[in-house]
Design a protein around this ligand. Sequence first.
Ligand code: NAD
Length: 248
Amino acid sequence: MKKVILITGSSKGIGAATAIKAASQGYSVCVNHLDDADSAKCVVEKIRHQGGSAIAVAADVSQEAEVERLFKTIDNELGTLTALVNNAGILEQITRVDQMDMARLNRIFGTNITGYFLCAREAIKRMSSKYNGAGGAIVNVSSIASRLGSAGVYVDYAASKGAIDTFTIGISQEVANENIRVNCVRPGFIYTDIHASGGEPNRVDRLKDSLPMRRGGQPDEVANPIMWLLSDEASYVTGSFIDVAGGK
Ligand code: NAD
């Protein structure tokens, strides 16, 4: 069976590392992104240079019509989806809850929660035996912030990841008998650009000595467990969580 994967938010960071790894394992890859088209193009070019197949599709996962367009593009250009990595996530400037306005909360919850629901919905319609699909696997990228709470920095982000943990448990049970496995990885402090949007680009280096392993993680070190969870080697694993956080 042809392997087709969508990795949301894969123009850089953890998503890009996962896209490149997926292509090396024979997946045709949809590199979704928001606005950084040049970075997405680089990921696609790298995959094609290595003999793989990939397309880049700009689509805001928090917008229903854009998600529907994204999945229709995959249907037409790559074929039937067999794997989804719900990865696109954002955080905003470090602040306390008493300083968070409604617009910020809507942005965080829209991308980090609603986006995961919308993409999973469209994936299930293509994978589930209930819809005559051939099955598939989904990995949700949460965060260890879901169990730490991120007090004083971004409780909104941590709470959105808590929702994804619960979402993983519920949805995995809904589709367990429909030939779809759903699992979750929870990264800790990983070297990517996301920390700059919180206003602290060097956050990982500042905090690394507080971690049991005394170092931050690399995007590849998150991509590996994501790809394992999607693989047949994890055929009896669903509703499970892998923390990728250097012991935190
Ligand atoms: P990143 O900032 O490097 O990349 C984010 C990606 O998401 C980009 O490709 C961007 O275009 C895309 N994106 C953002 N909003 C989008 C939207 N509305 N629609 C479509 N695409 C959108 O981030 P990262 O650090 O690689 O994070 C990836 C995931 O890992 C996120 O869910 C994040 O919460 C999670 N995570 C990261 C860390 C870390 O330390 N980096 C830790 C825990 C969890």
